[in-house]
Design a protein around this ligand. Structure first.
Ligand code: KIV
Length: 274
């Protein structure tokens, strides 16, 4: 197993590292993991941020949506992932309804920090969640806000669709990004957003912006591990690339993903939305 750049000294990634990477124009490579073995491979491959995503509801538990994932599930998988990490920052996803009020959000995010060793939590939300973001940040809990397609709202949306295509929706997303930054968010994730809008948002805020289906103009990229390994059943979404194709092993595929992100070779135009 080899590091993406075996010569480079690697230190533990922190919120400060991520900010410095944005300022230096170095793309941030993020990947999901749900257990210690894959976390170890991702860490060794040079992944900067490992996300214990609620996508585990679909890729690990076999549900159709992320909604059944519980706080206990994230604690359990977060603890396993933490055991495999030496360098990458551990980001824990806040499941459906686990941050519906400030007190509940602080208690649940606190469990991810205390029991699983997370260094940041992610929540799907915009201006309606500003109070929650402020409450978490007020307790010293770094927050990654998630805009664009919010899979926890699938039953309200009716389908997994690109968000922010209409002018008003695009302006609103930009405003939400700025307000979340002002509320203290340390990072922003954009899912299924037109590439031009995602680039505009990335330039408009000082915090790192990570994209999934949001184009190469973001400050970093994230994919679901099982998509990178080409083992998600069914037709993959447009923004996915199977890095196992052409790789000799799982560690090689993850190194290839990290290198493609770092060299801005992924995502290509074929993975993006207008
Ligand atoms: O849960 C997850 O894995 C995510 C990614 C799709 C970004 O939120």
């Amino acid at each position: 197993m080899s590091y993406a750049n075996p010569e480079a000294p690697r230190r533990k990634v922190t919120v400060r590292t991520l900010r410095a990477m944005k300022q230096a124009g170095e793309p941030i490579a993020m990947l999901t993991a749900y257990d210690a073995s894959f976390a170890r491979v991702a860490d060794a491959a040079g992944v900067d941020v490992v996300l214990v995503g609620d996508s585990l509801g679909m890729v690990i538990q076999g549900h159709d949506t992320t909604l059944p994932v519980s706080v206990d599930d994230i604690v359990y998988h977060g603890r396993a992932v933490a055991a495999g990490l030496d360098h990458a920052l551990l980001l824990a996803d806040m499941p459906f309804l686990s941050f519906r009020d400030e007190a509940r959000a602080v208690i649940n995010a606190g469990r991810f920090m205390q029991e699983a060793g997370a260094q940041m939590v992610k929540l799907e939300g915009g201006v309606a969640q500003l109070g929650v973001v402020e409450a978490l940040v007020g307790q010293g809990i770094p927050v990654c806000a998630h805009l664009g397609l919010k899979p926890q709202s699938i039953h309200k949306l009716g389908a997994y669709l690109v968000q922010g295509r209409e002018r008003d929706a695009a302006e609103h997303m930009l405003l939400e990004a700025r307000e979340l930054e002002d509320a203290g968010a340390d990072m922003l994730l954009l899912e299924c957003v037109p590439a031009a809008l995602a680039e505009r948002i990335s330039k408009a805020v000082d915090i790192p912006v990570i994209g999934i289906g949001a184009g190469v103009g973001c400050d970093g990229q994230v994919l679901v591990l099982h998509d990178v390994l080409g083992i998600t059943p069914g037709r993959p979404p447009r923004f996915v690339k199977d890095f196992m194709a052409g790789a000799g092993s799982i560690p090689e595929a993850i190194v290839a993903y990290v290198q493609a992100v770092k060299m801005r070779q992924f995502p290509g135009p074929e993975h993006c939305f207008d």
